[in-house]
Design a protein around this ligand. Structure first.
Ligand SMILES: Cc1ncc(COP(=O)(O)O)c(C=O)c1O
Length: 280
């Protein structure tokens, strides 16, 4: 399931989807993104990660054949009031510890029972969860989330027949936590060639950035003494002019918000005319 929400992380929604004819499905956040993909001729399954919130949105989603994430009681009520569910694939989202979207584990069984009782019955019901910190290699939280998820799936499987189809992992989960893969993985970041793990370059995972960013130098400054040069966002380095590997000039470039730029510069270098410079 290729995650192309948020304009494919800025890479262009339809261009990315069209460049991935082998994707088994696409995941977007909102109905409008799904419709844009259909209008661009994308025929693979499309999952709406936020689901829908009004009867009109539900009708449009079903008409376009979208798969819906259900993470809120109000969405259950919406489906219960609808008579065209038969064509839909529903993904019940369980919050195993991220504390963002999804039913708490203790509410999972009731939510699943309500989905199973829908008339007409949906085409299929699947289950997903989202990992809070799979990008931390030793995260106890990830182990706990996976254990909670497996226990929920197990409890429903033994009591009620065939095993539910599942999805757990984002990029970090898929690359770093084999036990967390489930039936469907949902890579976003990795699709675009970025490593989800701090300090581990994308090339460790055979990933290559799919976008080259070009910009202009809008200011140049000679650096005479050690200084803190950049905004104090976590992870930014304190770089000293005294460091011998440094060319003692700093160029200012236009490249968007600092966090976005930091996240995407997988090799931490930029080409500047014929020179290679480090990002700071
Ligand atoms: C539910 C869900 N699954 C998967 C992803 C993809 O995550 P990543 O870009 O870390 O691979 C996201 C992105 O935020 C998401 O919200």
């Amino acid at each position: 399931m290729a995650v192309v929400k948020a304009n494919a992380y800025g890479h262009g929604l339809t261009q990315v989807a069209q460049a991935l004819p082998g994707a088994d499905s696409f995941a977007v956040a909102r109905l409008e993104e799904g419709i844009a993909l259909r209008q661009a001729g994308i025929r693979q399954p499309i999952v709406l990660l936020e689901g829908v919130f009004t009867p009109a949105q539900l009708a449009a989603a079903i008409a376009h054949g979208f798969e819906l994430v259900v993470h809120e009681p109000s969405q259950l009520a919406l489906l219960e009031a609808c008579d065209t569910n038969a064509r839909s694939i529903l993904w019940l989202k369980v919050d195993t510890g991220m504390n963002r979207l999804g039913f708490r584990p203790e509410a999972f069984a009731v939510a699943l029972t309500r989905l199973r009782a829908l008339q007409p019955a949906p085409h299929e019901i699947r289950v997903l969860t989202h990992l809070a910190c799979a990008d931390e290699r030793e995260s106890a939280m990830t182990r706990e989330q996976v254990a909670r998820f497996d226990a929920l799936i197990e409890s429903q499987t033994s009591e009620r027949g065939p095993r539910l189809v599942t999805s757990i992992s984002n990029s970090a989960g898929a690359l770093g936590w084999p036990e967390a893969r489930g039936d469907w993985v949902r890579p976003g970041l990795a699709l675009y060639g970025a490593s989800p793990f701090a300090g581990e370059p994308a090339s460790n995972f055979w990933l290559r950035p799919v976008m080259t960013m070009e910009t202009t130098v809008i200011g140049l400054r000679r650096v005479l003494q050690a200084k803190r040069w950049v905004m104090a966002a976590p992870g930014w380095q304190l770089v000293t002019a005294a460091s011998p590997s440094w060319r003692r000039a700093m160029a200012m470039v236009c490249c968007g918000a600092c966090r976005t730029a930091r996240r995407s510069r997988s090799r931490q270098h930029a080409a500047c005319s014929s020179d290679v410079c480090r990002w700071i």
